[in-house]
Design a protein around this ligand. Structure first.
Ligand SMILES: Nc1nc2c(c(=O)[nH]1)N[C@H]1C(S)=C(S)[C@@H](COP(=O)(O)OP(=O)(O)OC[C@H]3O[C@@H](n4cnc5c(=O)[nH]c(N)nc54)[C@H](O)[C@@H]3O)O[C@H]1N2
Ligand SMILES: Nc1nc2c(c(=O)[nH]1)N[C@H]1C(S)=C(S)[C@@H](COP(=O)(O)OP(=O)(O)OC[C@H]3O[C@@H](n4cnc5c(=O)[nH]c(N)nc54)[C@H](O)[C@@H]3O)O[C@H]1N2
Ligand SMILES: [Mo]
Length: 766
């Protein structure tokens, strides 16, 4: 019997929606209650307290939630955690187990009919498992056999480029470095990662303009900023500890502008969970000026601001632009200003959905303040013109000289807890020539130079059978990627799919002819190798590398660490590798020595990673040095507003996260901060649009995308009126990924445009 008919999409049954008021403030006692109940429910009380005590403490483990940095000095007494960090930890430290017995009881087909929430709640995977060709159930396999199976399949390929090696962003520096080394010794640069779907647009824009693909600010800069602009980001849910930093900005007299189609609760008002005196109050107002921009209206908005700045500068030269900085540090001002002149405010304004008065207020704040930080996340990076979005942000900062000085700079807020570190240590489908040379010398082999597949290209390659083996180091490829049914066909075309995972997810159920699940240790667990207990290291959103020590007993004796799994596969697969894989994993200091030998900035890695708080990697933009760019200076760029024009019956849909999920991991069914409980299949609409469509609150609708005249449908969503600009809608990822056409992606960065999905809406009768 074949198991081909597994469901790539979560079932579209409704779970019983309840609506509540949208809360007026974020965090506070409700958040603490929610955090503790998730932890205790999943792990039990004693283990739960132990967990929270160690989370993000100087010698504890790194929170697997987001990449927001820990304070260098001051750490909260109880623990440096947030509600959603606690949920992330609870999810990993759960008591529930997915054992061989579990797999014997439930067929792959049955499991695929479960919701993502149910799949996730089933628990931690305890044994390596295999699904052989034609089988209906996964069964246990030994590690040795699993490694040999992979090796045989890889060595059968016509070319190493027929294999794809994906990485999600939780993988430690040590594991990621070994992984890329194995993949490159195998002979390919096919190293797509979750960054391709996340901050790739930031990396592309920032490298071109400032000579480094990372942000320039440190956490301390938030204490010194006059103005922080938060664009396209929902920190109350996705980076809750960032609210503390924004709170500090406000306490020190700084102002905050928020640019978002939604009035996200966390940004409006918050209560510091680590300050019990604040728990019962009204909370602190965070946003001073809220610009409720239309989806993808950001370049138009920034251009209007830039034009208003220029007009003021023309009136009173030197009053707005920082000429000293511009003359010394930048390139391309003239072309940039000429290009800006081609646009008129009248043409740009409708794209923003804002009044000119509001934009003038924002411009005034920008003109009157010098130390400006701009923060952003997926609201800017997941659009067709995403790279333009971020380059335009840089233009604004350059005009003000607001970079490379205290209290000012770029702040792309990263997602996964080590997504930035994975890139630093070599996970990328493009191999930098300097790094290639270092690898060649250190390990005595010839690394491949051909550019590998990124996420979108990898999916297309599998779809067209140009790639036949898929391996995922963490993550949930089928649910995280766009165009769910297309991607599912791509994976089903593979000879072999392999997942190194902590928990069961849908990607284990949408499989190649043969499939393997290799269960690994989580962040919170002890990692013991030949030389004793090991720690790993990670890099946060601001370029600080620090250690992470697991304290819990692993959930099963059959788990291996990620580095050990890579070493096992490498040893079985590679003939003639001069790397002593066994030795490298016997003591992770040896891996760190290799990182130090091949990657700049890691001098005395083993010593410095043991220091309290770790160490900062070099950052040229932070140091006001832009010499790595093509011109040797910070570059002004010419950017384009959105070229998407909606017909009257069309809407712009963005796919966002609820307060109760971590990407494809569904912690619960509530989106407390948006007033929706016990339901994920909802679509937030503007009430005028609902009137026009004849759709009432709680009516059911189908969402239809017609990208390139190909019809894609997401069935059965509940319509909810919400504060969102006209012709804009919002729904949740991953349910709506089926609507994101594989070809709907950002220019330059190739990031799926999952925030610019043009749809029509069809009301379902009865
Ligand atoms: N608890 C929790 N934490 C997480 C995650 C999680 O799923 N759960 N995921 C992690 C990861 S990998 C990432 S990348 C980050 C994601 O963090 P975010 O980027 O905050 O996540 P999204 O939910 O995608 O929210 C995007 C925000 O951008 C806004 N937006 C959408 N389109 C536009 C636009 O065109 N213009 C503007 N100005 N705004 C727009 C949306 O209204 C929303 O507020 O969070 C990380 N942290
Ligand atoms: N429509 C739409 N699509 C999106 C987005 C969006 O906003 N809208 N956001 C995109 C973004 S920003 C990102 S980053 C991607 C996320 O894409 P991924 O990183 O691929 O997805 P996750 O849901 O974070 O992966 C969760 C799985 O990772 C595994 N896991 C957890 N911890 C560990 C660990 O320590 N080791 C290992 N080996 N495995 C572990 C578990 O098995 C879990 O099921 O999704 C992207 N997709
Ligand atoms: Mo992300």
């Amino acid at each position: 019997m074949s198991t081909k008919k597994t469901n790539a999409q979560p079932p579209n049954k409704l779970t019983g929606i309840q609506l509540t008021e949208v809360p007026q403030k974020a965090v506070g006692t409700k958040a603490i209650q929610s955090a503790l109940s998730h932890v205790f429910e999943e792990t039990g009380v004693l283990k739960g307290i132990g967990l929270l005590k160690n989370l993000n403490q100087t010698y504890g483990f790194d929170c697997p939630g987001c990449a927001w940095p820990d304070p260098d000095e001051k750490r909260a007494f109880l623990a440096e955690y947030c509600e959603n960090g606690a949920k992330a930890v609870a999810e990993e430290a759960t008591k529930n187990k997915v054992s061989p017995m579990f797999f014997a009881t439930h067929s792959v087909e049955e499991l695929s009919s479960w919701s993502d929430y149910e799949i996730g709640k089933s628990g931690r995977i305890t044994h390596p498992m295999v699904l052989e060709e034609g089988d209906t159930h996964y069964k246990e396999i030994s590690w040795e056999k699993a490694f040999n199976l992979i090796a045989n399949q890889l060595n059968k390929l016509n070319s190493p480029d027929e294999a794809i090696f994906y990485t999600s962003g939780r993988t430690s520096n040590e594991a990621a470095y070994l992984y890329q080394l194995f993949v490159r010794q195998f002979g390919t640069n096919n190293l797509p990662d979750c960054s391709n779907m996340c901050h790739e647009s930031s990396g592309a824009a920032l490298s071109e303009t400032l000579g480094i693909g990372k942000g320039s600010v440190t956490l301390d800069d938030f204490n010194h900023a006059d103005l922080v602009i938060v664009m396209g980001q929902n920190p109350g849910t996705n980076h809750p500890r960032m609210l503390t930093a924004l709170g500090e900005t406000k306490k020190n007299g700084g102002k905050i502008i928020t640019v978002n189609p939604l009035p996200e609760v966390g940004l409006m008002r918050y209560v510091d969970p680590q300050n019990p005196l604040e728990w019962f109050g009204k909370g602190q107002e965070l946003t001073d000026l809220f610009l409720q921009v239309k989806i993808n209206g950001d370049v138009a908005l920034l251009k209007i601001i830039l034009k208003l700045m220029k007009a003021k500068e023309d009136e009173n030269p030197g009053a707005v632009f920082n000429h000293q900085f511009i003359n010394e540090k930048t390139h391309g001002l003239g072309d940039f200003l000429n290009d800006l002149d081609q646009y008129t405010i009248e043409d740009l304004l409708p794209q923003t959905g804002l009044t000119l008065g509001k934009i003038e207020k924002a411009t005034e704040l920008i003109i009157n303040n010098d130390k400006i930080i701009i923060c952003w996340a997926m609201g800017l990076t997941q659009h067709k013109n995403a790279v333009d979005n971020i380059r335009e942000v840089v233009n604004l900062l350059l005009l003000k000289g607001s970079i490379g000085k205290k209290g000012a700079g770029t702040c792309p807020v990263r997602g996964h807890s080590n997504v930035q570190g994975d890139r630093t240590v070599g996970i990328w489908e493009k191999l930098k020539p300097e790094f290639g040379e270092k690898l060649a010398k250190e390990f005595d082999f010839t690394p491949p130079t051909k550019e590998g597949y990124d996420v979108v290209n990898a999916i297309e390659a599998m779809y067209h059978k140009k790639a036949k083996v898929f391996m995922g180091m963490g993550g949930n490829f089928v649910s995280a990627t766009p165009d769910t049914e297309y991607t599912a066909s791509a994976l089903r075309n593979c000879e072999l799919t392999v997942h190194v995972s902590t928990k069961l997810n849908r990607s284990h159920l949408i499989h190649g002819k043969t499939a393997l699940i290799l269960p690994c240790l989580g962040r919170s667990e002890k990692d013991i190798q030949q030389s004793g207990e090991q720690f790993v290291s990670v890099e946060n959103s601001m370029g600080v590398v620090h250690s992470s020590n697991g304290h819990l007993t692993p959930c099963s004796n059959h788990l291996l660490s990620e580095p050990a799994i890579v070493a096992g596969i490498a040893k079985a697969t590679l003939n003639g590798s001069k790397v002593d894989w066994e030795k490298l994993i016997s003591n992770y200091d040896l891996i760190r020595n290799k990182i130090e030998a091949t990657i700049p900035g890691f001098e005395n890695y083993n010593q410095r990673v043991r220091l309290k708080g770790g160490f900062y990697l070099p950052n040229n933009a932070r140091d006001n040095n832009f010499s790595p760019t093509s011109t040797g200076k910070a570059n002004f760029t010419l950017n384009k507003p959105s070229d998407i024009h909606l017909n009257d019956n069309e809407f712009m849909l963005m796919t966002v996260r609820t307060h109760d999920q971590y990407n494809t991991t569904i912690y619960g069914l509530n989106d407390r901060y948006r007033g929706v409980l016990n339901e994920r299949r909802v679509v937030f609409m503007n009430s005028d649009d609902m009137l026009k469509l004849g759709v009432k609150k709680l009516d059911k609708v189908n969402l239809i995308s017609n990208f390139n005249n190909e019809k894609r449908v997401a069935n059965g969503f509940i319509a909810l009126p919400y504060s969102i600009p006209k012709q804009c809608m919002a729904t949740y990822f991953p349910e709506a990924n089926v609507l994101v056409a594989i070809k709907n992606k950002a220019k330059i960065s190739n990031t799926p445009a999952s925030k610019t999905v043009v749809i029509t809406v069809e009301k379902i009768d009865n």
